[in-house]
Design a protein around this ligand. Structure first.
Ligand code: ADP
Ligand code: MG
Length: 250
């Protein structure tokens, strides 16, 4: 589903991704871990065309997401192509960024209606089913300010899913939540993983990574230091950097 080859990304003189090679298979769940500043968010953003690469290539579902050094889109990809590709990837952020002036249901239906030009009659059943799936069927008419952070994040997940993406990217989806609200969000993510969704999840929830991830990838300083099944990377890390990171987060 995702193939990254030699991906480089700099901000000014700061090189943040130093040649990333990473493949994610269809249906695979990859948890990306590493210290703050190691480049995890930037990596996710590159996958979804939110950053221009300074080198390397990315393919999502066999479509290239690369740019050359001048920022020209490779393979003569038009802006429209990029927008279309982007609709196939759902992204969930630490801060859920729901539209405050719209009900939960309208938040979920907005992108399918405006971007995919789907009729309300077509989107509504799907939106309602997704609200059910994230355990918020009774909140359809509520406004975001009346929901807890955990509920808002579950709405944000439903909103992303309503675009029927092939790939879901999560960037620390539970980091901004009070501890007692984390579990419900992780349950939704676990169910999604079990349903066969391809997922790349940046998280500090090691329990989730151990239980749900097919593979854990540890990043440090813009590079992948170590990756493998959770039992290996979390249970028996080979690199000193991984060991010290894990002892710090545990
Ligand atoms: P992580 O998600 O692992 O904490 P990030 O990918 O957010 O790491 O950031 C990696 C590094 O890149 C950090 O040093 C951060 O300050 C820097 N960085 C990220 N985005 C930008 C940006 N838009 N402009 C300048 N520096 C950035
Ligand atoms: Mg980050």
């Amino acid at each position: 589903m995702v193939r990254m080859k030699g991906v480089r990304k700099s901000f000014g003189s700061l090189e943040v991704l130093k040649g990333i090679d990473l493949d994610v298979a269809r249906g695979e769940v990859v948890c990306l871990i590493g210290a703050s500043g190691s480049g995890k968010s930037t990596l996710l953003r590159c996958i979804n065309h939110l950053e221009q690469l300074n080198g390397g290539r990315i393919w999502v579902d066999d479509k290239v997401v690369g740019y050359d050094l001048r920022g020209n889109i490779l393979h003569e990809k038009s802006y429209n192509d990029i927008c279309r590709d982007r609709t196939q990837t759902g992204m969930v952020f630490q801060h859920f960024n729901l539209f405050a002036h719209m009900t939960v249901l309208d938040n979920i239906m907005l992108a399918p209606r405006t971007v995919l030009k789907q009729k309300t009659s077509e989107v509504l059943p799907r939106a309602k089913a997704l609200l059910e799936q994230v355990g918020l069927a009774d909140k359809a008419k509520a406004y975001p300010r009346h929901l807890s952070g955990g509920q808002q994040q579950r709405v944000a997940i439903a909103r992303a899913l309503c675009m029927e993406p092939k790939l879901m990217l999560f960037d620390e989806p539970t980091s901004a939540l009070d501890p007692e609200l984390v579990g419900d969000v992780l349950t939704v993510m676990r169910d999604l993983a079990n349903s066969g969704m391809t997922m790349v999840v940046v998280t500090h929830e090691m329990g989730f990574a151990r239980e749900v991830a097919d593979r854990v990838v540890f990043m440090h300083g813009g590079q992948i230091v170590e990756q493998g099944p959770p039992s290996e990377v979390l249970g028996d890390p080979q690199h000193e950097r991984t060991r010290s990171f894990l002892s710090a987060v545990r």
